[in-house]
Design a protein. Structure first.
Length: 388
């Protein structure tokens, strides 16, 4: 199942091709246009939206608020729910599950379910009420879903396995939100009842697929019922995307993949730094109006011997102070992947790095690697079966 061979760098947008008769992912006016031949009144469209996004039906026949005849007519015209489907599941010893999810054109995308989260989610705000105790037969009280925004990625960070694929294509809004729906259905999780966090940290660079990504966010935060404050989007620092994001009325929390204490090291491991330097990224982030108690996350992948030394921690301290907005740092020990020439840092180096930030009053957290044994951890997603 590996992509193998030469990378396919053609960017194909998902919409308008094979999935043309799929309804999942459409909003408001789009339904009216697509289903024009049925002349549905607004309230029939609302019933459909509730079924698709609130109940997450997988088949038009389950839209029971519609008369059977209407369901049959719409299905007979070739329309389908078109929810992406989980075609393979890899289960880690730690409970993490990695899914291959198939899109209408047969491409697969990766999504990860992490019961109890991995510490990436900054969910200190919001009510705790739903997270009391696990319903019987269930081992988790809260969970995090890690979704992908593209198949592959064009950004080419040297330490990331997804980068090896190159960019295959963008995902549509329905394919992004659909990953979440498929996983919620699989786990029988309900956003209104269960504490579900969502991180857009899977395959791809969300801000290089901006419109589809934000359409998905609006679906998720609206009819799918996941509060925007429980969502985090991670970007490698696409400045025009961050500037657009700053103007969004509904938006996830923001995480920036910093990964280096200065431009020189960052250029080596994230060539995109030549286009947008760290200072440009920070200036753009400053334009994002933060909600009360909101912090921006800096993600920092520790690469043994490259960016994990005490002097690097001191530089990060200065950088975060200069940024001068509420921030936290998430440290991630590099997760290995075949053919990626870096080393996992010593755990002593990880601890020392964290302590140095904390001593300078910068909130710093070490993310637990989840599902490393099934290649589900950060930067390990590569559209593979079992990583031979
Ligand atoms: N493209 C976006 C979001 C997906 S990557 C971004 O780069 O921010 C999500 C996170 O995983 C990023 O912070 C990235 O730096 C990190 N990451 C990538 N490869 C990794 C690896 N091999 N080990 C640990 N973290 C990795
Ligand atoms: Fe793309 Fe993010 Fe991987 Fe960089 S770290 S190659 S931006 S997925």
């Amino acid at each position: 199942m590996t992509a193998g061979g030469k990378l396919d760098t053609t960017i194909l947008d998902a919409g308008g091709r094979l999935g043309a008769k799929g309804l999942f992912g459409l909003q408001n006016q789009q339904f009216r246009e697509k289903l024009a031949e049925f002349r549905l009144p607004a309230w029939r469209i609302r019933q459909l939206e509730t079924a698709l996004y609130g109940q997450r039906v997988t088949n038009l026949d389950q839209v029971t608020t519609w008369p059977r005849e209407l369901r049959e007519q719409v299905a007979a015209a070739g329309f389908r729910v078109g929810l992406p489907e989980i075609v393979e599941t890899f289960r880690s010893v730690d409970g993490t599950e990695r899914y291959l999810i198939a899109c209408a054109d047969g491409q697969t995308v990766e999504t990860v379910w992490m019961p109890e989260g991995d510490g990436a989610e900054d969910d200190d705000s919001g009510p705790e009420s739903e997270s009391g105790s696990a319903p019987s037969g269930r081992s988790w009280t809260r969970a995090t879903i890690c979704a992908s925004s593209q198949i592959g990625c064009a950004v080419n960070c040297q330490f990331c396995l997804t980068a090896k694929l190159g960019i295959i294509r963008n995902l549509s809004a329905g394919e992004i939100a659909g990953q979440v729906a498929a996983v919620l259905n699989r786990q029988q999780a309900e956003p209104g009842r269960d504490r579900i966090n969502l991180v857009f940290m899977g395959m791809g660079e969300p801000f290089l697929n901006y419109d589809a990504f934000m359409d998905a966010v609006r679906l998720l935060a609206g009819p799918m019922g996941i509060p925007e404050s429980r969502m985090t989007v991670s970007t490698s620092g696409i400045v025009p995307g961050i500037l657009r994001f700053a103007g969004e009325p509904v938006r996830p929390r923001l995480a920036i993949s910093l990964n280096a204490p200065n431009d020189a090291i960052r250029e080596d491991i994230m060539p995109i730094t030549r286009k947008w330097a760290i200072a440009d990224v920070i200036d753009a982030v400053r334009k994002v109006p933060l909600r009360s108690r909101e912090r921006v996350t800096f993600e920092y992948v520790l690469l043994g011997g490259v960016n994990d030394q005490p002097q690097h921690a001191d530089e990060v301290v200065k950088l975060v102070r200069r940024a001068n907005f509420p921030a936290r740092v998430n440290l991630i020990a590099w997760n290995p992947g075949p053919g990626v020439p870096f080393a996992t840092p010593d755990s002593a180096a990880v601890d020392a790095f964290q302590q140095r930030l904390r001593a300078a009053d910068i909130p710093a957290f070490v993310r637990r690697p989840r599902g490393r044994d099934i290649y589900a951890a950060c930067g390990q997603l590569k559209k593979t079966g079992n990583q031979g």
